[in-house]
Design a protein around this ligand. Structure first.
Ligand code: ADP
Length: 295
């Protein structure tokens, strides 16, 4: 089944244009929606999840018109929002039991089996009796995914799931996402480029409410190949370099700025060509129109 988003617009009071003519066609597998904070990702996720109505445009999932038939969508939807509340005194097992009941699994034996399999899948089996109030950020996110998976969704939306997790927890969460069925549509919204690079077979970059790139990560990288050059420069020459080149990113390496530039021609001047990373493409796209390279 495909999710087809066509010409979506959303403007918040104060003329905040959160979505501007957003169109995307998303097939089964893991789709990464990448964009900086404030780009419009959550607005788009909430619209797909039937929690908010855009000003105009259409969303279809298979034959279902998402905006006109929200009840139909909710039956097949799993949604892990950026923030969600849990009852701190309940255990993971009781919490999941509660949500699977809400999802309509009324048969006790069946529910027990579903809860057990979700606890195993999300690696929470050993902690199933513990109160979730004492869970780490990563454990809470994994429980969130278990809840989102409870109704066996065909469309799963996860909004910024790894933000705030430490590297070990992030890795574990990525592995969990990677194991999700390739036959369902999974949309992963994130501002963390590596999450998309590692997990997604399709991706889009959204900036200031607009889709600025859509494709599979491999072709996206192919487009950048041969165009990314780097050089370590003295700190006081930053301004001169940013005037002379299209700098896409700057990071400190050994206390000195290491710049990446995007150019079709060999820039000479001691620049070294590097294999592109998705981060290079991302910064190239989202930094366009900004005034300075360090922003
Ligand atoms: P992201 O998830 O990419 O960070 P959001 O969709 O949350 O982006 O926000 C897009 C823009 O819309 C931002 O400028 C944000 O401040 C604004 N925005 C989001 N929600 C509201 C709201 N309820 N009212 C007004 N402005 C909002």
């Amino acid at each position: 089944m495909h999710l087809e988003i066509d010409s979506l617009y959303k403007t918040y009071p104060g003329d905040v244009r959160a979505l501007v003519d957003v169109s995307l066609n998303i097939g089964p597998g893991m789709f990464g929606l990448l964009g900086p904070n404030g780009a419009g990702k959550s607005t788009l996720m909430r619209s797909i999840a039937t929690l908010q109505i855009p000003d105009s445009g259409t969303i279809r999932f298979g034959v279902t018109n998402v905006l006109d038939q929200p009840a139909e969508v909710r039956k097949i939807l799993g949604y892990l929002p950026q923030e969600f509340g849990l009852y701190p005194n309940l255990s993971a097992e009781v919490t999941l039991n509660h949500f699977t009941t809400l999802k309509g699994i009324t048969d006790r034996a069946e529910r027990k089996q579903v809860v057990e399999s979700l606890l195993m899948k999300t690696n929470l089996w050993d902690s199933r009796k513990k109160a979730v109030g004492g869970f780490s950020g990563g454990m809470k996110q994994r429980l969130g995914i278990a809840i989102a998976l409870a109704g066996n969704p065909k469309l799963l939306i996860v909004d910024e799931p790894t933000a705030g997790l430490d590297p070990t927890e992030r890795h574990r969460f990525q592995n969990l996402l990677a194991e999700l069925g390739q036959d369902i549509v999974v949309i992963l919204s994130t501002h963390i480029v590596e999450d998309v690079q590692e997990l997604c077979n399709e991706m889009a970059i959204i900036d200031k409410g607009q889709v600025v790139l859509h494709g599979d990560p491999r072709s996206v990288l192919d487009e950048a190949r041969g165009r990314i050059w780097r050089k370590r420069i003295p700190r006081d020459q930053m301004t001169a370099y940013s005037e002379a080149h299209s700098i896409i990113s700057t990071r400190l390496s050994g206390g000195q700025p290491l710049i990446h530039i995007w150019t079709d021609l060999d820039p000479g001047d001691g620049f070294e060509q590097v294999e592109p990373a998705l981060e290079d493409v991302y910064f190239h796209r989202v930094s366009a129109g900004k005034s300075g390279p360090l922003e």
